[in-house]
Design a protein around this ligand. Sequence first.
Ligand SMILES: C[S@@+](CC[C@H](N)C(=O)[O-])C[C@H]1O[C@@H](n2cnc3c(N)ncnc32)[C@H](O)[C@@H]1O
Length: 185
Amino acid sequence: MDAIGEAFAAIDRRGFLPPAERGMAKHDGPLPIGHGQTNSQPRTVADMLRLLDPRPGQRVLDVGSGSGWTTALLAHLVGPDGRVVGVELEPDLVRFGRANLAATDQQWARIEQAARGVLGRPEDAPYDRILVSADGGRLPDQLTSQLADGGRMVIPVAGRMILVVRDGEHLVTSEHGRYSFVPLR
Ligand SMILES: C[S@@+](CC[C@H](N)C(=O)[O-])C[C@H]1O[C@@H](n2cnc3c(N)ncnc32)[C@H](O)[C@@H]1O
C-alpha cells in the first residue's frame, strides 16, 4: 500500500460525514455535508492527492476544507513535522470540519474561516503544496502567488484537473482528466 492508501486506511471517512450519511461512507461518490456542499468522492480525492504528492514535513494549504476530511488526510501525509491549514468559507462547515479534524488528534493541522474576497491564506504563505477542492473557473493568481518555489498545486479549473508546479517565476501547468466540482466562490 502506498502513502495515500495508508492515509485512507488511517483516516476513516465516516468521521467526516453527518450522522445520516455515515452508512454511505464506503460509497465512491460525493456525499452531502449541508449548505449545498459535499464531502468529495474518494476516488477523486485519491487522484488529487497522488498528483499533489505531499511529503512528510511540508507546509500545506487545503482550500475548501468542508468536512475536514482532506485536511485530516493531508495532516496524516505530512506528519507531525509538517503543517496543514484548511480554509473554508461556510461558517457552519468551519465548525463541523474543526470538530471532525480534532477527533483525529493531529495538532499540526487546523481549519480557519476564509475571508470573503481573499483566496487561500496569504498570511501563512508560502506553501509547498496547495489542494483546492472547488472549481476556480480559471487559474487564480491569488493562489499561485502563495505557492513556494518547487511547490505543487492541484486545482479543478473549468472541469479539468490542473497540476501547477512553480519553478521560480515560472508556472508549469499540466492537465489530468475531467472532474466535476462545486464552484470556488
Ligand atoms: C467539495 S466541497 C468540500 C471538500 C472537502 N475537501 C471535503 O472532502 O469535505 C468544497 C468546499 O469549498 C468551499 N469553498 C468554496 N469557495 C471557497 C473559498 N473561496 N474559500 C474557502 N472555501 C471555499 C465550499 O464551501 C465547500 O465546503
